[in-house]
Design a protein around this ligand. Sequence first.
Ligand SMILES: Nc1ncnc2c1ncn2[C@@H]1O[C@H](COP(=O)(O)OP(=O)(O)OP(=O)(O)O)[C@@H](O)[C@H]1O
Length: 252
Amino acid sequence: MDSLIEVNNLTKVFKEKDRVITALKNVSFRVKSGEIFGLLGPNGAGKTTTLRIISTLMVPTEGEVTVKGYNTVTDSQKVRSSLGFLTAEMNLYDYFTVRELLEFFARVNGMPGTETEKRIPQILKQLGLEEYADRRVDNFSTGMKQKVSIARALLPDPPILIFDEPINGLDIMAARVVTRLIEQLRDRGKSIIVSTHNMTLAESICDRLGILFDGELIATGSHKDLSGQTGEERLEDIFFKLVGEDYELDQN
Ligand SMILES: Nc1ncnc2c1ncn2[C@@H]1O[C@H](COP(=O)(O)OP(=O)(O)OP(=O)(O)O)[C@@H](O)[C@H]1O
């Protein structure tokens, strides 16, 4: 199957007491097998909302998403078993060691004991966490904690990984480690969606990008495609060309 994830005409409206927020307006895109697809947009553009709907954590107001052909609302269990979702708000239970934490989440996921025994050493090795396995997470740096969160998301070995702002709050060293890790996962055959407002991250690792702005997907394609559409080389220039100069001026 070429398109692993199909997002069709997604609209999400939040109704609050005194106002209505349209977080997504008719958003459609495809994620292909084995690629890193980047959702790029400023704060409030609708990235997290899109990722939450894909991950079955939220239902759309209109439109639909299918993951491996399964609808995220009517077949949510099947969708959930195919993907790992990583957000900044992930709770790591600081008083656990890395190993205890992975064992805990394996049990929560209903993973059989024999599989857990096999899987945990594999993940520790894959992420270079072996020597930290029996240390408590609370003393770890932000970058190391992010690695442990990724280990947790990888535990069930899902074919699809969804990373919401994976390098937010990380220093350049930690950001590089996480960035390399995401690339390695793609090279091992995972399909990945990354949301970010970081142009450098988007430019360096994404095979294709969707540019989200004010709830609308204003462009989709590879860096080369977007460059061809706008006549600009740098992603930052492409972005501002697409959203308009007025927005650029408003930011200054
Ligand atoms: N549960 C909610 N209730 C009401 N409004 C919400 C809710 N979740 C998101 N929103 C609003 O929807 C819009 C899109 O939010 P979203 O979090 O998807 O953006 P984002 O691109 O991920 O930005 P950020 O990086 O700031 O999280 C924002 O205006 C936000 O305030």
